[in-house]
Design a protein around this ligand. Structure first.
Ligand code: HEC
Length: 130
């Protein structure tokens, strides 16, 4: 290969690599993380209408909803009486430590201590539960 051809080829390769990076959305790594975190929840929670019932209530349309109000699920008195409305903030508190956030609730999940994991999960859930 002539040096000028080599240089041209190298420049084109570098340019296409740079472009590929520029096109990757900034959110991509956290979207992957959020999806990975959701694996812990989807064992017990459906997210889409028509999904078969699982051990926990379906989380379809959960953001903006009042806690413990799906008619298709028999909630604990504790969750029903919690008065929680599900927002990023309340979801974050609950996932961090369900037992602390709502004493006496029946969700069999110990909690997700890592704040970055929770933020990624909540972003993923917002799309997944629509
Ligand atoms: C072992 C099964 C199980 C796992 C795992 C689990 N949940 Fe739950 N979840 C439940 C049950 C059961 C309830 C109802 C609790 C009650 O009535 O006290 C619940 C309730 C909830 C509620 C309240 C729903 C409503 O209608 O108000 C939210 C939100 C929720 N879970 C989110 C999650 C998220 C997010 C994860 C993953 C980090 C998760 N859950 C993991 C079983 C589970």
């Amino acid at each position: 290969m002539k040096p000028s051809v080599f240089l041209l080829t190298a420049t084109l390769v570098l340019a296409s690599v740079a472009q590929a990076h520029a096109q990757t959305p900034a959110q991509a790594p956290d979207a992957v993380l959020g999806k990975r975190m959701w694996i812990q929840c989807r064992a017990c929670h459906a997210a889409k209408p028509g999904e078969p019932p699982k051990a926990g209530p379906s989380l379809h349309g959960i953001f903006g909803a009042k806690a413990g109000t799906k008619t298709s699920f028999a909630y604990s008195p504790a969750l029903k009486a919690s008065g929680i409305v599900w927002t990023d903030r309340t979801m974050d508190d609950f996932i961090a430590s369900p037992a602390k956030a709502v004493k006496g609730n029946r969700m069999g999940y110990a909690g997700m201590p890592n704040a970055r994991n929770r933020a990624a999960l909540i972003a993923f859930m917002k799309a997944e539960t629509q």
